[in-house]
Every structure is written in structure tokens, then in C-alpha cells.
Ligand binder design. Structure first.
Ligand SMILES: Nc1ncnc2c1ncn2[C@@H]1O[C@H](COP(=O)(O)OP(=O)(O)OP(=O)(O)O)[C@@H](O)[C@H]1O
Length: 301
């Protein structure tokens, strides 16, 4: 899998205020990345640096292997982005906005109908954007970001402020774009659960530092319900789980505890079995981390 974007030791200082600290990121082709952090964590600044709207104080941006200004400028033409809200002309219709952008990019109008269909705005041809709902504006913004047929999409908080219907529409749209166009997508949010089941990888940023970069599977496992077992004879516990409970869905954690996922509702069954096998665990309980709990735990709050 090729790397479409890489940040190497990127730092950004705004008048003595260090807003990005040694950011290292590698974004693979065709994957969807959720960029999650509280307001002011540094998401927008990172996105601005990737797209060339801001320069890093130090460090390097690599886009599709290019590192010099000329190469980066060429690659940036193939990035579609919404940063700090879509740039829309409110007195024009969706189609007129898309047409204006096609002229700016020097591309044919052929793609407009396809984009309107994809973003679900085909039936809004007579309506000026100022009469659109926030969700419609966001969808048009995403459509605008697709005009130059990008391989890489950067969407800054596209779900922020939307009602539940709007959230669903934008989520579905992003999933569809990723499936149909195989584009790499970096999408930010300050709420981890907003991006759940929508992205392949979660990149957590806090106070300008990347604190975690994990896959959807890893996050699911970390936030699932599980039976938490504490016992000094972990080998025996694992043996009983595997051979008598016939489950492989457990994990030994770094602190020596064991988490059994599949049988989270079967704690009594597990306790009985342990009793039969002479295991008297120091601790056994059902536990889970919600997505937001997990996030706050990671950012230390
Ligand atoms: N042009 C600027 N000049 C000075 N400070 C800035 C500038 N742009 C951003 N900052 C500061 O950098 C920090 C990170 O801001 P950034 O916008 O990247 O955060 P964010 O994670 O995108 O949050 P938000 O969702 O609120 O935009 C903040 O403390 C912000 O005040």
C-alpha cells in the first residue's frame, strides 16, 4: 500500500506558542483516517500544513513521494479539502457553485451532475445555497472538494453542528466516497464516537501531540465489554479459557490482566469453571470503556 501523505517531525510555533509538537504521520492510499482532538488540539493547523495553507516551523511534508515546493504544489492540486467550513457562494445554486469551481480548475462541466447525484442535491437545482440547511451545505462542500477528482480528501469537522439526519447523511456520503473513489480521506472531529464505524484508523491528537494512532479493530477491542480477570497464574487461566470454555476471544494485557470479550455476559459460568479448576482469581469483573471514556483516558482527563 502506497503512502499518500507523510509528516515527519512537524512542529508549528505561533509567536512562542507551540501548537504542533513533532507530528509524525503516515497516511496510506485508500484508507479513511479519523483525526480526533478537542478544540484547539491542532487538527486544523495540521490540515492547513498538509494543504499548504500554513508552513511548518520545522519538519517535512511528503505528498506521494514529493518533498520540494514544486512537487508538493503539483500534488496539492489533487487534494480536495474543506478546511474551516466549505467555501460556498451563498447567492448561487449548488450547480452554479460547482460550475464556478470547474472553471477555476479548468475542468469540464461533465462531472457536475454525477457529483450532485452523489451528494444528494440533484433535486435542489432552483435553490440558492443561502436557503440550504447546514447538512446540505456540508454535502455541497464535500461535492466541491470532489471537483478536481482528488486522490486525497481532507475534511475538517464536516459533522460539527449537524442534526442527527445531517450526521447520518454526511457519514454515509464519506463512506460512499471512500468505497467508490478509493480516495484517502482525513476527516477531523472533536467527538470520537462521531467517526465510529466510518474510519479505518483513529489518530488522536492532544495539545499538539499525536497520542495514539490505532485501527478500528484495535479501538473496538479496547472499548468492548469484557470480563476482566486478575490472577497470578495467567497460563492456567488461559488454558482453562481455551480448552474448557473453548474461546480464543481473550487477550492478555501488558499489566498481566486477562480480558475475555466474547463471553462478557457469562461471568458466572467463568467463575464456576475457575472454581472447578482450582483457580481463585484476585479479581473478576465485567468492564467496558465507552469511546469517549477511552478518549478522555488517553488525553489524561
Ligand atoms: N494563525 C494563528 N495564529 C496564532 N495561533 C493560532 C493560529 N491558528 C491556530 N492557532 C492556535 O493553535 C492552536 C491549535 O489550533 P487548531 O485550529 O489547529 O486546533 P483544532 O484542533 O483544529 O481546534 P478547532 O476545532 O477549535 O479548530 C490553538 O491554540 C489556536 O489558538
Amino acid at each position: 500500500m502506497g503512502i499518500i501523505c507523510e509528516l515527519k517531525d512537524v512542529n508549528k510555533i505561533y509567536s512562542k506558542n507551540k501548537v504542533l509538537c513533532n507530528i509524525n504521520l503516515r497516511l496510506e492510499e485508500g484508507k479513511v483516517y479519523g483525526f480526533i482532538g478537542r478544540n484547539g488540539a491542532g487538527k486544523t493547523t495540521t490540515m492547513r500544513i498538509i494543504t499548504g495553507l500554513a508552513y511548518p516551523t520545522s519538519g517535512q511534508v511528503v505528498l506521494d513521494g514529493e518533498t520540494d515546493i514544486k512537487g508538493l504544489t503539483e500534488k496539492r492540486k489533487k487534494i480536495g479539502c474543506i478546511i474551516e467550513g466549505p467555501a460556498l457562494n451563498l447567492d448561487m445554486t449548488a450547480k452554479q457553485n460547482l460550475k464556478a469551481l470547474c472553471i477555476l480548475y479548468g475542468v469540464s462541466f461533465d462531472r457536475i451532475e454525477k457529483i450532485l447525484k452523489l451528494v444528494g442535491l440533484c433535486n435542489e437545482s432552483g435553490k440558492k445555497v443561502k436557503h440550504f440547511s447546514l447538512g446540505m451545505k456540508q454535502r455541497l462542500g464535500i461535492g466541491m472538494a470532489l471537483v478536481n477528482d482528488p486522490k486525497f480528501l481532507i475534511l475538517d469537522e464536516p459533522i460539527n453542528g449537524l442534526d442527527p439526519d445531517g450526521i447520518l447523511e454526511v457519514r454515509n456520503l464519506i463512506k460512499q466516497i471512500s468505497r467508490k473513489r478509493k480516495a484517502t480521506i482525513l476527516v477531523s472531529s472533536h467527538i470520537l464516537s462521531e467517526l465510529y464505524q466510518m474510519v479505518d484508523n483513529y489518530i488522536l491528537i492532544n495539545k499538539g501531540e499525536i497520542i495514539e494512532n490505532i485501527t478500528h479493530e484495535e479501538l473496538t477491542q479496547k472499548t468492548q465489554r469484557y470480563v476482566l480477570i486478575t490472577d497470578k497464574d495467567t497460563a492456567k487461566v488461559k488454558h482453562v479459557l481455551k480448552n474448557q470454555l473453548k474461546t480464543d476471544d481473550f487477550k492478555e494485557m501488558e499489566d498481566g490482566t486477562i480480558r475475555v470479550y466474547e463471553l462478557a455476559g457469562e461471568v458466572l459460568q467463568i467463575m464456576n469453571l475457575f472454581a472447578d479448576n482450582g483457580i481463585d482469581p484476585a479479581g473478576i469483573s465485567v468492564s467496558e470503556d465507552s469511546l469517549e471514556e477511552y478518549f478522555f483516558k488517553r488525553i489524561g482527563r
